[in-house]
Design a protein around this ligand. Sequence first.
Ligand SMILES: [Zn+2]
Ligand SMILES: [Zn+2]
Length: 272
Amino acid sequence: MRPPDNHVHTGWSWDTPASVTMARACERAVAQGLPAIAFTEHLDFTVWGPDDRATTLGLVDRHASRHEPIDSEGYWAELTEVRERFPELRIWSGVEAGEPHLFASSVAAHLRDAPVDRILGSLHSLSDGDRLYGVGQLLYTDPDATMRRYLGEIVDMVESSDVFQVLAHVDFPRRYWPGGSHRFVEKDYEEEYRAVFRALAGTGRALEVNTSSPLASADQVRWFREEGGEAVSFGSDAHQPGAVGQRFDLAVDVVEAAGFRPGRDRFDFWRR
Ligand SMILES: [Zn+2]
Ligand SMILES: [Zn+2]
């Protein structure tokens, strides 16, 4: 049984070309036999308010930022269109909130105006001085220390933000690992992973297995289960239609090997 793809981007995300439409993503999802798809566009802030923790922490800027806000009107118009055109597919609205613990007030304001079905929480950036930098840029100076700091910051994010339902790509920096992602060794960070998984499991939220990232091992997903994790979400993190549902067969094998099974129905997260 194929799980829903809970993490898909289209041209409404600042890092995705306008040619990547919801309709093309839906066609791909149907062709793959997916029961559901969530359009989780990037919700990243380049300006923030006095009530956001980013301000309290003295952060003033993002480094070399290309981030753009979501055009909510356009997003909702296209979503309505594909819901009519693809009745066989369940189509969820969503956002991927970047550093939601630093921007709680701004995230809440966005969601008040445009509430969505799926909210992913992601850590893409860490601070250095008074700026946020993409973790890929920080990794080269000291990958090991940056990775430990990253996973520590995720614990903080999980503990201090309850806005998201799914923790996306828990080890995002491995995508940019110096010398290639194959050189990243999960086991070296088992303790840090387990701290994240304990915190996440304590809130009952889902861990994402991200299939754009180098795939999690069954060991890693099992650590989540051992720490009390109850739910797993599958996300292709597609930024082009062809990537919707990518490597889900493999991901399903990994998640099953770690002791999770399909949930209540085919739209649900997988559960222990
Ligand atoms: Zn992401
Ligand atoms: Zn994403």
